[in-house]
Design a protein around this ligand. Structure first.
Ligand SMILES: Cc1cc2nc3c(=O)[nH]c(=O)nc-3n(C[C@H](O)[C@H](O)[C@H](O)COP(=O)(O)OP(=O)(O)OC[C@H]3O[C@@H](n4cnc5c(N)ncnc54)[C@H](O)[C@@H]3O)c2cc1C
Length: 340
């Protein structure tokens, strides 16, 4: 067995594997950079971002302004669309060369798959879906914090010996920092070998029926099991449309097939942030509310005054949603007309 403490000492720096798909850098990369800057108060190290894909050069400067000291850019036409097999291979080569002590990826479908393959190749640990990160000093061990036991407790997981310490972080769990256009950093174009034989090839990329967007209004209207039916869902959709809000949902709504999985909020869905969260027919189970912790104001409509969501909400409407939501829609429309 190699001396693991010696092995750990060879590794230095924090690396973020940036996810880039369909010509866009995932906003989660900026959140990871915000988190890395926080960790760097203790680590005092180089923060690097890896950008792989055709057209990624365009994002190098914005990564630096958001906190990266180094950006590794692999910008070639053959690197898009995103292939998990190719990305794993390139990241593996880069990690062996750069030896970061910490490697972070966003908890997205692609990056989680890449992270698992990479951790297996690197023979290191991996914690998926972290919602918080911290550093233990003086050991420089990454404290990887995530909900466990169906959300009943928060577990702190660490990987004291193997390197790099790897974690995927839930989009929406961290905040990006304000960009500084005067920050400077290094842009490196590493020479890496593309795999000569691929086991998979991408024939076609089919977009999700409802890709998650971020409403400019900062408002999310979310539907729970209380909407009861597709018709109830249409009512919630109408409220969201007249508020210029994004739609979200609890797991039972997704399981019913009333909305696409990309809209699921909570432990096994996504975390959201913004100004106002309107929960319609949602009880407020912890597996759901863990995903709305970064919403500024929660408004809940529920006919059961003992529903836990009403304890969390700044404003609660105890009413049948089939009566309350049409009234709200009328009010919003009248106010828009008066405003004009
Ligand atoms: C490992 C694990 C992971 C999970 N991950 C997630 C996740 O990511 N996201 C998630 O959401 N859940 C998740 N769940 C499920 C979670 O535990 C809850 O079951 C779920 O959040 C409940 O959804 P709900 O509030 O829509 O339904 P319910 O709990 O059934 O609540 C429905 C609410 O609607 C109200 N209501 C009913 N009719 C009306 C009406 N006409 N007008 C007004 N109010 C009405 C009721 O009073 C009730 O409070 C997970 C569970 C497990 C075990």
């Amino acid at each position: 067995m190699p001396d693991q403490s010696l092995r750990a000492r060879e590794y230095e720096g924090l690396m973020i594997a940036g996810e880039y798909a369909e010509g866009q850098l995932s906003p989660a990369v900026y959140e990871l950079l915000g988190s890395a800057r926080e960790l760097n108060r203790k680590l005092q190290t180089d923060i690097a971002v890896v950008l792989i894909g055709s057209g990624t050069s365009a994002y190098a400067a914005s990564c630096i302004s958001h906190g990266a000291d180094t950006v590794y850019v692999l910008d070639q036409p053959g690197l898009s669309p995103l292939s998990e097999e190719v990305h794993t291979e390139l990241l593996h080569q880069l990690v062996l060369e750069a030896k970061p002590e910490i490697l972070l990826l966003p908890s997205t479908i692609h990056s989680k798959s890449i992270a698992a393959r990479l951790a297996a190749r690197l023979n290191t640990g991996l914690t998926a879906d972290c919602t918080e990160l911290d550093i233990d000093l003086p050991s420089r061990v990454l404290l990887q914090i995530r909900p466990a036991r169906e959300g009943a407790l928060m577990a702190t997981i660490c990987c004291p010996e193997a390197r790099p310490q790897m974690a995927t972080v839930r989009p929406g769990a961290m905040s990006p920092c304000e960009p500084d256009p005067y920050r400077t950093g290094r842009i490196i174009h590493p020479q890496l070998q593309l795999p000569s034989v691929l086991r998979t090839s991408i024939l076609e990329v089919i977009k999700s029926r409802e890709a998650p967007g971020s409403a400019a209004s900062g408002i999310i209207v979310a539907a729970g099991r209380g909407v009861c039916s597709k018709e109830g869902m249409e009512l919630v959709r109408e409220l969201a449309a007249c508020l210029g809000a994004e739609l979200g949902a609890t797991r039972p709504v997704i399981d019913q097939g009333w909305l696409d999985y990309s809209r699921q909020i909570g432990l096994t869905g996504r975390n959201v942030s913004g100004r106002i969260y309107i929960a319609v027919g949602i009880s407020g189970a912890v597996q759901h509310t863990v995903g709305i912790r970064r919403m500024d104001t929660v408004i809940a409509i529920n006919r059961d005054r003992t529903a836990p969501i009403l304890g969390l909400a700044a404003h609660g409407i105890v009413a049948d949603l089939f009566e309350a939501v049409p009234l709200l829609i009328d009010q919003v429309r009248q106010n828009i007309t008066v405003g004009r």
